[in-house]
Design a protein around this ligand. Structure first.
Ligand code: SF4
Ligand code: SF4
Length: 392
């Protein structure tokens, strides 16, 4: 890993009370938080997509927990029920359900899905056979006013559903309060991501990816984000040999446990200076307007504009990539596609043209699943990409 100059902390920082050590324990931390919250009577709500406004769940007094699966071990169980030729993220998530192996899912009082890609939508139907599932209908013509109006209506319906389900009232003020907490979290994570703009950043893309939590709004996480920012601000002497190749990653999200491609990139002379996907900056670039007269309109505005490939047209994604390229100065673009993710795969054509014709930098598409069987082949392609960059 390109770590000699990019650790941001001393080499023994994995031990003790450092941000690195804290986020290395992210799952146990979240489990302790969710267990305590449940014991206090707060409902646990599983979420599966960045279009779901965590703020509404938090305003209902519940705890939103991301349930996206990143483990290859869960896939064989899922394939007994789902087609093998399906995105590994969907299969892994469903495998946890089949095996009853995700403690957050097991303690969930509700699971919230949304109509994004076909595989997820249909998987929710199977999940709903034995678990309480609520599906938000996400309109997909993002520039149409009536589509946005429909999304606003969906969020109002969701608010009413949560209030009834958990026997609470959800006043506007509670939504604003939750939006304030989420805005704070997004701002902290944006500042951490921005550290990668430096010529020799104080951390790696892999480490940055670790600085996040399956549960949002945990005060102890905020403290650690602030600590990490303070550590990054300290002057350091870089001892690294040579400059790694700056990489802009885009494409599908890398759920916890599914970071293999990023690790290969950074293990072969690259440094992922920005990740555009849903486990990168895509969900944290925009905030919710807490001063808006109607907080549901404000939530709808923020979430509807998330540039996911399920939208048509999804021009905002290309705009975001342009912004990231200008800010982080990548020397190449690597696009990750989970096997059978058709929406992102079809968009590769536009992303490749953006990289090669507009930004003038090499582009590499990597299609894979959660199995490590093609790691050596991916490494060879990444090395060839970096040779091209260095030869330019
Ligand atoms: S990539 Fe799209 S479908 Fe997947 S989590 Fe992000 S917004 Fe949701
Ligand atoms: S990666 Fe693609 S196929 Fe998989 S859940 Fe996300 S949008 Fe759907």
């Amino acid at each position: 890993m390109a770590d000699s100059c990019c650790s941001g902390e001393s080499s023994d920082a994995a031990a003790g009370d450092t941000p690195r050590a804290w986020f290395a324990r992210m799952i146990p931390n979240c489990l302790a938080y969710a267990t305590a919250a449940k014991a206090e009577g707060r409902p646990i709500v599983g979420i599966l997509c960045e279009y779901t406004p965590r703020e509404l769940i938090m305003a209902a007094g519940a705890v939103p927990v991301c349930l996206c699966g990143g483990s290859a071990d869960m896939i064989p169980a899922a394939e007994k029920h789902l087609p093998a030729n399906l995105c590994p993220l969907i299969k892994s998530t469903f495998g946890y359900h089949v095996e009853r192996a995700n403690p957050f899912l097991e303690m969930a009082d509700l699971v919230v899905g949304e109509t994004t890609c076909d595989g997820k939508k249909k998987m929710y139907e199977l999940l709903a056979e034995t678990r309480p599932v609520y599906v938000l209908e996400l309109p997909q013509k993002v520039d149409d006013a009536d589509a946005r109006a429909h999304w606003v209506a969906e969020l109002r319906k969701f608010r009413a559903f949560l209030a009834e389900r958990f026997s609470v009232t959800i006043p506007d003020e509670k939504i604003r309060e939750a939006a304030g907490a989420m805005n704070r979290e997004r701002a902290l994570r944006r500042r951490l991501a921005d550290a990668m703009a430096a010529d020799r950043p104080g951390l790696t893309g892999r480490r940055l990816l670790n600085f996040k939590s399956s549960i949002s709004g945990i005060e102890a996480d905020f403290t650690q984000y602030e600590k990490a920012l303070a550590l990054l601000a300290e002057p350091k002497t870089c001892r690294g040999n040579g400059q790694p190749v700056r990489v802009l990653m885009t494409g599908v999200p890398m759920a916890h446990g599914a970071e293999r491609v990023l690790e290969i990139i950074e293990g072969h002379g690259g440094l992922v200076v920005a990740t555009e996907s849903c486990t990168g900056v895509k969900p944290i670039v925009d905030d919710v307007d807490v001063a808006a007269a109607d907080p549901i309109e404000a939530l709808a505005e923020k979430y509807f504009h998330l540039p996911c490939s399920v939208m048509t047209r999804n021009d905002r994604r290309l705009d975001l990539l342009r912004l990231l390229a200008a800010r982080f100065r990548p020397e190449c673009v690597v696009e990750l596609i989970w096997q059978a993710c058709l929406t992102y795969d079809v968009e590769t054509s536009r992303v490749r043209r953006l990289a090669e014709d507009e930004l003038g930098i090499p582009y590499l598409r990597i299609e894979t699943d959660y199995s490590p069987s093609d790691s050596a082949r991916i490494a060879v392609r990444v090395e060839a990409l970096f040779e091209t960059v260095r030869a330019a």
